[in-house]
Write a protein that binds this ligand. Structure first.
Ligand SMILES: *[C@@H]1O[C@H](CO)[C@@H](O)[C@H](O)[C@H]1NC(C)=O
Ligand SMILES: *[C@@H]1O[C@H](CO)[C@@H](O)[C@H](O)[C@H]1NC(C)=O
Ligand SMILES: *[C@@H]1O[C@H](CO)[C@@H](O)[C@H](O)[C@H]1NC(C)=O
Ligand SMILES: *[C@@H]1O[C@H](CO)[C@@H](O)[C@H](O)[C@H]1NC(C)=O
Ligand SMILES: *[C@@H]1O[C@H](CO)[C@@H](O)[C@H](O)[C@H]1NC(C)=O
Ligand SMILES: *[C@@H]1O[C@H](CO)[C@@H](O)[C@H](O)[C@H]1NC(C)=O
Length: 365
């Protein structure tokens, strides 16, 4: 009898190990992405990731997102953008502020990098990209010191040679295996001495226009770097990655421009037939360049939801391991519905019972 239980447990444990404890064979939530080059994937980006409008600040007009960086990453966002500033009060300490630290102070850069680094520790199969606007022209000594202080450099990817636009990007699987899963672009950075993982954005990337204030006015034309402005074929043949800005602003009194949250469901919609939708612009720009954009920056990432259009661009049908968020505008929706469980895999009753039997077996044997 005991031998029988023992045999049963042996078999059970080996099956359980296979199906429950093996690391997921997925890169950025999808097995099919593992073999694809970093440069052949459309990464969803949260524009101004850390500038959050929520109940804590009465949904400030200076926000670009309703949920913070961790929630974005959990939901499938893989590019985080932000702006670097300093204040007289804090000296050279780099902070993440929206336009000005008096307007919206998103806190210390080191602390934010620490949070991202921690998330990456917890998610070893995910490749994350940062895009930081260097509003204070911080040099690589100062930036590098802050990156090192945060500990995030242990995840950093360094291209083998300084090829800029001509870089041949590894596959996600290779980056994950090499534990170099963080790509960092700085806009701008003339020199990265001492911090080779900090990449000057416009040496590697071109962007279309931003500050669009009408759904009819999204454009695929290159806008920056300035030497590629309106030059589609040069931008294409330069080998740069294409970052598609796709967020809508609206003009207030005195021509002050703020992120448009009222139209965000339309702006971020995967529907390819809606004017100004993400689905439509992905198709339009995809046709212009003969391939999908590499990065898409959106405001209010949860709306649309933007990730649906990105999944379609990547040909992903069944993503794994995401935690989805309500697609509502929480400043309008009552009550706020945060769906904390949908999309989270391997948490059904069957799995829990299987785990329990496995633990009992471990205790018995
Ligand atoms: C990825 O490529 C490797 C080597 O070419 C191959 O062995 C593996 O099956 C591929 N994996 C997927 C998921 O396509
Ligand atoms: C990746 O390559 C496929 C096949 O060439 C192409 O259809 C797709 O648009 C590419 N995606 C990106 C982001 O380059
Ligand atoms: C609002 O967002 C900030 C920044 O992400 C966060 O620290 C705070 O906890 C959020 N407040 C609520 C009520 O979620
Ligand atoms: C910092 O101080 C200088 C000199 O007093 C002043 O000109 C500048 O406006 C201040 N900057 C900020 C961001 O407060
Ligand atoms: C980099 O910036 C820091 C802080 O502004 C400054 O002290 C340092 O001299 C600069 N280093 C170089 C090499 O320019
Ligand atoms: C949209 O673009 C057109 C043509 O460039 C321009 O005349 C118009 O002012 C733009 N509309 C807005 C709201 O920016």
């Amino acid at each position: 009898m005991l031998a029988l239980i023992f045999l049963f447990c042996q078999i059970w444990l080996s099956i359980a190990q296979e199906s429950l404890w093996s690391s997921p064979d997925a890169c950025n939530n999808c097995p099919a992405l593992c073999n694809r080059s970093y440069g052949n994937i459309t990464h969803l980006g949260a524009h101004d990731s850390m500038f959050v409008a929520n109940t804590s600040n009465s949904f400030t007009v200076s926000g670009n997102q309703f949920y913070g960086t961790d929630t974005q990453l959990d939901a499938g966002v893989r590019l985080l953008s932000g702006q670097l500033h300093t204040t007289n009060a804090t000296g050279i300490e780099l902070r993440l502020c929206h336009t000005d630290c008096d307007l919206y102070d998103g806190g210390s850069m080191i602390k934010w990098l620490k949070d991202v680094s921690y998330w990456m520790d917890e998610h070893p199969n995910d490749v994350v990209t940062l895009l930081l606007v260097n509003s204070v022209n911080a040099n690589s000594t100062l930036l590098g010191a802050s990156f090192r202080a945060s500990g995030i450099t242990k995840h950093a990817y360094v291209p083998a040679t300084k090829l800029g636009a001509k870089t041949v990007w590894p596959t996600l699987g290779e980056m994950i295996q090499a534990k170099t899963r963080l790509v960092t672009f700085i806009s701008s950075l003339p020199d990265n001495t001492g911090a080779p993982y900090l990449l000057d954005e416009f040496s590697y990337v071109f962007e279309n226009q931003f500050e669009v204030t009408s759904p009819n006015n999204f454009s695929c034309m290159p806008d920056r770097p300035t030497n590629l402005k309106d030059k589609v074929s040069q931008a294409q043949s330069s080998g740069r990655l294409f970052l598609m800005n796709h967020f809508l602003d609206k003009k207030q009194l005195l021509n002050i421009v703020i992120p448009d949250r009222d139209n965000a469901a339309n702006t971020n919609s995967p529907d390819p037939d809606l004017t100004g939708s993400l689905g439509k612009e992905l198709n339009t720009c995809g046709a212009v360049y003969g391939r999908s954009p590499n990065f898409v920056l959106v405001d209010w990432f949860n709306m649309g939801p933007a990730i649906s259009a990105i999944d379609a661009a990547n040909g992903i049908i069944d993503p794994d391991g995401r935690t989805s968020v309500s697609t509502e505008n929480p400043s309008k929706a009552t009550p706020i519905t945060y769906d904390g469980s949908a999309g989270r895999p391997r948490e059904n009753k069957g799995v829990q019972i299987a785990m329990l039997i496995a633990v009992l077996c471990l205790v018995l044997s």
